[in-house]
Design a protein around this ligand. Structure first.
Ligand SMILES: Cc1cc2nc3c(=O)[nH]c(=O)nc-3n(C[C@H](O)[C@H](O)[C@H](O)COP(=O)(O)O)c2cc1C
Length: 329
C-alpha cells in the first residue's frame, strides 16, 4: 500500500487531505467522524471579528446584524450555541482539540490589526497545532490601492507571527495583481504556508423581488484549475508550504494538486455534498492511482508537473491561450 504521509508546516500528517474550515467542525462528533474516516487534519471554522464584537449579543441578533457584512456568516454554518462570542469559540476550539488526535488548526478572520494578534494568542492557548489567518476581505474603497491592501495583510501576518509560536498559514483570495509576489512577501515574513485560495461567496440579484440575495453554493470541480495553476507556478520558488483549496472533489483531484506541487489539499464542498465517509473514498482513490503509477510515497511525484518540471513551461502561464481560442469553430 502506498504511503500517504506528508509534512505540512512542520507537522506530520498521515495523509494530505485536510478538512477545510467549514460547518463540518460545528459539532465535535463530526470532527471525530472525519478522523475515523481518515482525514489527515482539520481546520475549525473561523472566529470572525464581527463575532468578537458580538460578545453578549444573542446568536440570532448577531446573525441578523452581520448577515450583510460577511458572506461567510450564515446561520447554517453555526453550531447551536446561545452566544457567538470569543469565549465560547475558544472553549469549543479547546474541546475539539482534545477530542481527536489528528492535527487541528484554528482559523481567524479579523479586521482590526490589534484583534488579529490578541485572538491569535488566545487561540494558541487552546492547544491547537497551527493557525490559519483567513484574510477574507473585499476592497471596495476606491481610494485604497492594492499596495495599501497588501501592506495591511503583511502587517497582520508579521504581527501574528511575532505573537505566536505555532505555525501560521495564510488563506488568500485570488484577487491580487501579483499573487506570486504576495506569496513571496508572505514567505519572507515567515508565514509557514499559504492556502490557495479561499472561495469568496458572491451575492446576486433576484430580478423578481428586486433584492440582493446571498446564497451558499458549493464549489464545482472546474474551480480547481485556478489554484492548481498558481500552485504549479510557485512550486520550487518559495519555501513555504502550499495548501491547494477550492474545487478538490475526488481522489484524482488530490493527485492532480500534488503533481502540481501542493503540499496538501483542503476540502469542504465535496465532503458537505457526499458526507464524511467520502473522505475514505477520496483517500482510497488517491492510493489506487499511486498504485497504478507505481508510486510508493508522495515525495516521488509531488511537483512533477509544476512549471519548473514540465516540458512546456509556458503552458501554465498562457495555457496555449491563442491556440485554444483559434481552434474553436
Ligand atoms: C459551509 C461553509 C462554511 C465555511 N466556513 C469557513 C470559515 O469559517 N472560514 C474559512 O476560512 N473558510 C470557510 N469556508 C470556505 C472553505 O474553507 C473553503 O475555502 C471553500 O469552501 C473552498 O473549498 P471547497 O471547494 O472544497 O469547498 C466555508 C465553506 C463552506 C461551504
Amino acid at each position: 500500500m502506498a504511503n500517504l504521509s506528508t509534512t505540512y508546516m512542520g507537522i506530520e500528517l498521515k495523509n494530505p487531505l485536510i478538512v477545510a474550515a467549514s460547518s463540518i467542525s460545528n459539532q465535535v462528533d463530526r470532527v471525530k467522524r472525519a478522523e475515523e474516516y481518515g482525514a489527515g487534519a482539520l481546520v475549525i471554522r473561523s472566529i470572525f471579528e464581527e463575532q468578537i464584537h458580538a460578545d453578549g449579543m444573542t446568536m440570532q441578533d448577531f446573525l441578523e446584524r452581520m448577515a450583510n457584512i460577511s458572506p461567510e456568516i450564515n446561520a447554517s454554518f453555526y453550531p447551536p450555541v446561545e452566544y457567538g462570542g470569543p469565549r465560547e469559540h475558544m472553549m469549543w476550539v479547546e474541546k475539539t482539540r482534545r477530542a481527536v488526535s489528528m492535527p487541528i488548526f484554528a482559523s481567524l478572520n479579523a479586521v482590526n490589526p490589534g484583534a488579529w494578534v490578541e485572538y491569535a494568542k488566545q487561540l494558541e492557548e487552546t492547544g491547537i497545532d497551527g493557525l490559519e489567518v483567513n484574510y477574507y476581505t473585499v476592497n471596495a474603497d476606491i481610494n485604497r490601492t492594492g499596495s495599501d491592501m497588501e501592506k495591511a495583510l503583511y502587517d497582520i501576518v508579521s504581527g501574528v507571527k511575532d505573537a505566536v509560536k505555532i505555525p501560521v498559514a495564510v488563506k488568500l483570495g485570488s484577487a491580487y495583481t501579483s499573487i506570486a509576489n504576495v506569496v513571496n512577501e508572505l514567505d519572507k515574513r515567515g508565514a509557514n504556508a499559504v492556502v490557495l485560495f479561499n472561495r469568496f461567496l458572491q451575492p446576486t440579484i433576484d430580478i423578481d423581488t428586486e433584492e440582493l440575495t446571498n446564497q451558499m453554493t458549493y464549489s464545482h470541480p472546474e474551480e480547481m484549475r485556478m489554484p492548481l495553476r498558481w500552485v504549479a507556478l510557485l512550486y520550487g520558488r518559495v519555501k513555504l508550504d502550499m495548501a491547494l483549496n477550492t474545487g478538490v472533489h475526488t481522489g484524482r483531484d488530490i493527485a492532480r494538486g500534488l503533481l502540481g506541487g501542493a503540499t496538501v489539499v483542503q476540502v469542504a464542498s465535496a465532503l458537505l455534498q457526499n458526507g464524511l465517509p467520502y473522505i475514505s473514498t477520496m483517500l482510497m482513490d488517491l492510493q489506487g492511482w499511486m498504485g497504478e503509477k507505481g508510486y510508493e510515497s508522495i515525495d516521488e511525484f509531488r511537483g512533477n508537473l509544476s512549471q519548473q518540471n514540465v516540458e512546456d513551461p509556458f503552458g501554465f502561464e498562457r495555457a496555449h491561450y491563442m491556440k485554444l481560442l483559434m481552434s474553436q469553430e
